[in-house]
Design a protein around this ligand. Structure first.
Ligand SMILES: Cc1cc2nc3c(=O)[nH]c(=O)nc-3n(C[C@H](O)[C@H](O)[C@H](O)COP(=O)(O)O)c2cc1C
Length: 333
């Protein structure tokens, strides 16, 4: 008896994985799948939920709030567990009415909304009135403090390593997480470079109560990323990412490709936003991700890509992380 449980968590029991974050979000493990534009759709989100973590759907993947509604319906047909919707507040080429997306998620009964990119102050009343739990993702201690002050329920802090938008300060996860934990009373989720049980344990040791992972879930069987790009990422090491778009105050960590280097060169020569826009256009990115055109668009990914050498199912990823974390806890105790 108990062998299965011992195998799943290394025999330490599940209590060390129960935190204010698992309680707040109603999840089994403190593992959160980072929202990923174009990729974190119903299948991925539901698979994470079914495996005991929190899946986050990237709302802006969908051209209209009605399309988001359909995708939420699809996720609900695939899981009865809670999941979240992410509203990214960064400037976009085709601005959309984000309050409509938020209203749709609330109407559909999504219990958790994550905001990211900019201060969500203007949406707080709508979120609070909607009765959802609010997570906000930031890349600095200052922004984390502001988020707590305006009343979010939890803050995700992401460091320099992360795939996506790690902010302008170039401070690593190792420093930002304890700094943020010390500065806040509400629970903190750590992100940036976390992709296995070692990373989860490190995050918990630094005082975080959950860990968000994007690049790891991007490289899962369920991820809709084209197989050619998955193969390219399997071959990539931790040295194969670079930061672009710093010149427009919107830095993004992406896979190093000829295309990404071209953007960097344009920025070094003092390019204008108008010249950059066609290169970073989301539709261009979607086409490239779908068709496997590695050199036709930017491919966001974190330094943690260097830790990834397989393409397991999401359940295998989460079970593996918990098993490894449990083994570490036992070794250290
Ligand atoms: C392909 C990709 C797309 C992403 N898109 C978004 C997004 O639309 N909104 C957002 O808030 N974060 C986005 N992120 C960031 C993730 O949600 C998460 O914070 C990050 O991946 C964590 O760092 P890691 O990649 O080192 O695990 C994206 C990350 C990746 C890799």
């Amino acid at each position: 008896m108990g062998g299965g449980k011992a195998r799943r968590d290394g025999g330490v029991g599940l209590t060390m994985f129960q935190t204010r974050i698992t309680q707040l979000l109603g999840i089994k493990y403190p593992i959160i799948q980072g929202a990923m534009m174009w990729l974190s759709r119903a299948e991925m989100v539901a698979a994470v939920a079914n495996a005991g973590g929190l899946g986050i759907m990237a709302a802006l993947t969908f051209a209209t709030a009605e399309e988001l509604r359909e995708e939420i319906g699809k996720a609900k047909s695939l899981t009865d567990k809670p999941f979240a919707v992410n509203i990214t507040l960064l400037p976009t080429i085709s601005p959309r009415s984000l309050d409509e997306y938020i209203a749709t998620a609330i109407e559909e009964g999504v219990p958790i909304i994550e905001t990211a990119g900019r201060n969500p102050r203007q949406y707080m009343k709508q979120l609070r009135d909607g009765g959802v739990k609010v997570m906000h993702k930031v890349a600095s201690v200052k922004a984390a403090r502001t988020a707590e002050r305006i009343g979010v329920d939890a803050v995700t802090i992401v460091g320099f390593e992360e795939g996506g938008n790690p902010g302008m300060d170039d401070v690593t996860t190792m420093i930002l997480v304890p700094r943020t934990v010390d500065a806040l009373d509400i629970p903190v989720i750590a992100g940036g470079g976390i992709g296995d049980g070692r990373g989860l344990m490190a995050a918990l040791a630094l005082g975080a109560e959950g860990a968000v992972m994007g690049t790891r879930f991007m490289m899962s069987k369920e991820s809709p990323l084209h197989p050619k790009i998955k193969q390219r990422l399997l071959e990539a090491t931790e040295k194969d990412t670079l930061m672009i778009m710093r010149s427009i105050n919107n830095p993004e960590r992406v896979l190093t490709t000829g295309f990404a280097r071209r953007i960097l060169e344009m920025e070094e020569k003092g390019t204008t936003l108008e010249e950059l826009l066609p290169m970073i256009d989301g539709r261009r990115q979607k086409k490239a991700l779908d068709k496997g055109e590695v050199s036709e668009a930017i491919i966001p990914c974190g330094q943690g890509v260097g830790l990834i050498s397989d393409l397991p199912t999401i359940k295998e990823i989460i079970d593996g992380i918990i098993r490894e974390a449990g083994t570490i806890a036992k070794r250290l105790s």
